[in-house]
Design a binder for this molecule. Structure first.
Ligand code: COA
Ligand code: MG
Length: 289
């Protein structure tokens, strides 16, 4: 599994920022053609993104391209610009139903066949960020090409007529529904953007809370956010050591034919062992084991 602890957006029309993004050591770079790009700059973004995919060395960073929404009238040209240059994946914003996911998946498959690339090798991630998208999560998440669900809090608040607050209770139901559906269908779950990019403590706090909810990563928009977010989704040494102790103690008790047992004054049974295994899995995905 590719660890996508931080997914950095870069406006596709900004060649300087695209080059700069390659130096951050971020897990995942998403070259944007959608809301990070002004309507008059869409064509410039397509040209830059095609060139970047063709010419630049992304090192260990995954390279994604975000197209405009299905129905925007821009989606076909966006795909035509990006797909021939073989991004690792496409991000589809404002997804509202399974038919939109299927339409993009078909276009991707045509490109894969035309270039003799393995079918299914280009990943698809979707931003769920409208009321209708949340209501249709089950049919969206079931699509076989999907790799991850991404939660968009700002767009959702706009779609609801809600007011964004630092506590984010106005989007909590949806934020929780996205991670729930991702896990139900074996997908990664990538949490909302913290738009206050000068406030490093805030992004650290929001990332830690996202990780508590079960999110596997977070969208970011600025270099300030790379380190705190990648750290928040990487178990620290203490968490890894504790998870190891739980798993080892569990295995020893299993051999003796015992299920639940006590460790440091806490009852440990299967759900806690699974949680410990999740910690080890995340450590492994982050290259720490
Ligand atoms: N990707 C790559 N480089 C970035 C970056 C990003 N997302 N955001 C900032 N940088 C670079 C800047 O170019 C600048 O580089 P420089 O010193 O070589 O000029 C450096 O990091 C510091 O940036 P700073 O001056 O603090 O911010 P800014 O005013 O240039 O940009 C934003 C602020 C919000 C416009 C910018 O962070 C941005 O474009 N973010 C992504 C927006 C986006 O894609 N939104 C859609 C998805 S939600
Ligand atoms: Mg959005």
């Amino acid at each position: 599994m590719h660890a996508r602890r931080a997914l950095l957006y870069v406006p596709g029309d900004d060649w300087h920022k695209i080059n700069k993004a390659l130096t951050f050591g971020v897990d995942c770079i998403c070259l944007d053609m959608e809301d990070g790009v002004a309507p008059s700059r869409k064509e410039a973004a397509r040209e830059n993104i095609a060139r970047a995919l063709r010419e630049l060395d992304f090192g260990a960073s995954e390279k994604l391209a975000r197209i405009n929404a299905v129905g925007s009238g821009l989606e076909e040209a966006d795909l035509t610009a990006a797909l021939p240059h073989r991004p690792d994946g496409i991000v589809l914003p404002k997804v509202e139903d399974a038919a939109q996911v299927e339409w993009v998946s078909q276009r991707i498959e045509e490109a894969e066949r035309a270039h003799d690339w393995p079918v299914g090798s280009i990943r698809l991630l979707v931003d769920v960020e409208t009321a209708r998208g949340i209501v249709n999560l089950k049919e969206i998440a079931a699509h076989p090409r999907l790799d991850a669900l991404i939660f968009g809090a700002e767009d959702l608040a706009a779609s609801l007529g809600a007011t964004r607050t630092p506590e984010a209770w106005e989007v909590f139901y949806a934020r929780s529904a996205v991670v729930l559906h991702a896990k139900a269908f074996g997908l990664e779950a990538i949490d909302m953007v913290t738009v206050e990019f000068h406030d490093v403590e805030r992004v650290r706090r929001e990332a830690a809370f996202g990780a508590q909810l079960g999110y596997t990563g977070k969208q970011i928009i600025h270099p300030n956010q790379v380190k705190p977010v990648q750290e928040a989704f990487t178990p620290d040494e203490e968490a890894i050591a504790q998870a190891r102790r739980i798993v080892e103690a569990f295995e020893a008790h299993q051999r003796e034919g015992r299920g639940a047992f006590a460790l440091d004054g806490r009852m440990i049974d299967l759900p806690l062992v699974k949680a410990a295994q999740n910690v080890l899995e995340r450590a492994r995905a982050a290259g720490k084991l």
